[in-house]
Design a protein around this ligand. Structure first.
Ligand code: PMP
Length: 419
């Protein structure tokens, strides 16, 4: 078994694939619900997995299952190599080095890891952390808790009526007590693609650290960590066509060695006596216990799949689907879309007259359309818009125009039914 020493960034395929053939790579898309073909429009919650990811996990369990890092036998070495190769695959995908990649359970744990370690090391009473009104709860609550613990203050960048960050007076948020700016790269409800490169640059100029929540960005647009310039970047495997229970926290090399351990125990130590312990170097220092080995292997297979299609082709196809959906949804009476940013990913949150979003979601479900109804872990955002919930349709490259037609027909039928 040879560990890949360096994986160069994969070149994009020149041509877009045949999208109907691509769709056949995802067995779950062929499921029927209530005797109808499934139209899966809940990709912002989780995405389906291509056969190559399913096969990679089965192959791992049938051919190389063992615990990693601690064994001298063949299978343990093989599993360790696969796990560490997965780290390299993740690193090259986002333009990082493998020492900067920490495997976590998902974006939520990634933000918690950042809050616990950065907070313990750098935050003092009276300091400030900046988030925005459009953050997922995963990028609010850990900072709220940390601020409470440390006597620090959480400051909030507001959102405009069109669903964009109001950054006119960004400087007012970047004061000499500001320690960190933590923002979502792409909003999970509004679809807004935030101008994070500019915001990160403004923070960096003032010596302020930055975290980007990339859970909704990495599956849908090319992400290059060096171009973004952030200190932390968090995302989940399961939205990127990989298994659940695996995620990533990128931590820049200028910061990673400064951070104290997160969880402690086996796997992250160098030497333990009954009096004290010393710790492994990063990234192992942040991965206590047996990690999600098969998850990391599945994530690498998913990234290889995405690179085989080409992330730019994925982004372009999803923009096509978004344009088509916007045009078609304009024909549905009483439909109001939240989030009309110029730069927007393929997520559409809407209300339908005064029909409750949960009723809309249940009605669509009976038509075979899987959309999500609720607050989508964005309660502060919906308070700002004055609605308790919305229905959300979120598209991936494997969706089709006819699935969007099914959504639109379902909504039109819902309007007739509820009136
Ligand atoms: N941030 C954003 C923007 C998200 O969309 C999500 C998932 N809905 C998360 C964080 C949390 O991801 P996970 O539940 O996979 O930890």
């Amino acid at each position: 078994m040879i560990v890949k020493t360096e994986i160069p960034r994969q070149p994009e395929p020149i041509h877009a694939p045949d999208w109907s053939a691509v769709r056949r790579d995802f067995p779950a898309l062929a499921v029927e619900v209530y005797g109808k073909p499934l139209a899966y429009l809940d990709n912002a919650a989780t995405a389906h997995k291509p056969q190559s990811v399913i096969d990679a996990i089965v192959r791992h369990y049938t051919e190389s299952n063992a615990n990693i890092h601690r064994g001298s036998h063949y299978l343990s070495q093989k599993a360790t190599d696969e796990y560490e190769n997965a780290r390299k695959t993740v690193a090259q995908f986002i333009g990082a080095s493998d020492r900067e990649i920490i495997f976590t359970r998902g974006a939520t744990e990634s933000v918690n890891l950042a809050a616990a370690t950065f907070g313990r090391r750098f935050l003092d009473t009276g300091d400030e952390i900046v988030v925005s009104e459009m953050e997922h709860h995963s990028n609010i609550v850990p900072w709220q808790m940390l601020c409470k613990e440390k006597g620090a203050k959480l400051r909030i960048i507001p959102v405009s009526d069109s669903g964009e960050l109001i950054t006119d007076n960004l400087e007012a948020f970047l004061g000499n007590r500001t320690k960190l700016v933590a923002l979502t790269h792409v909003s999970n409800s509004l679809g807004t693609i935030n101008p994070v490169r500019e915001i990160v640059a403004a923070a960096r100029e003032r010596g302020i650290a930055t975290l980007l929540d990339g859970a909704q960005a990495v599956p849908h647009l090319p992400v290059n960590i060096r171009e973004l310039g952030c200190d932390f970047y968090a995302f989940s495997g399961h939205k990127l066509y990989a298994p659940s229970g695996i995620g990533v926290l990128f931590v820049s090399k200028r910061l990673i060695d400064e951070l104290p351990p997160y969880q402690t125990g086996g796997g992250m130590i160098r030497r333990v006596t009954l009096e004290r312990s010393t710790f492994d170097d990063a990234p192992g220092r942040f991965e206590a216990g047996t990690p999600n080995i098969e998850g990391a292997i599945g994530l690498a297979a998913a990234i290889e799949y995405v690179q085989f299609i080409g992330i730019s082709h994925i982004a372009a196809r999803e923009q096509e689907l978004l344009g088509y959906a916007n045009k078609k949804l304009a024909d549905v009476p009483g439909l109001k879309i939240y989030g009309e940013a110029t730069e927007k990913a393929s997520v559409i949150s809407f209300t339908l007259g005064d029909i409750h979003p949960h009723d809309v979601g249940s009605f669509l479900d009976r038509e075979g359309v899987a959309a999500r109804a609720g607050h989508h872990c964005n309660q502060p955002l919906w308070s700002r818009f004055g609605v308790p919930a919305t229905t959300r349709a979120s598209m991936a490259f494997y969706n089709t125009e006819s699935e969007i037609d099914a959504l639109v027909e379902g909504l039109q039928a819902a309007v007739s039914f509820f009136s």
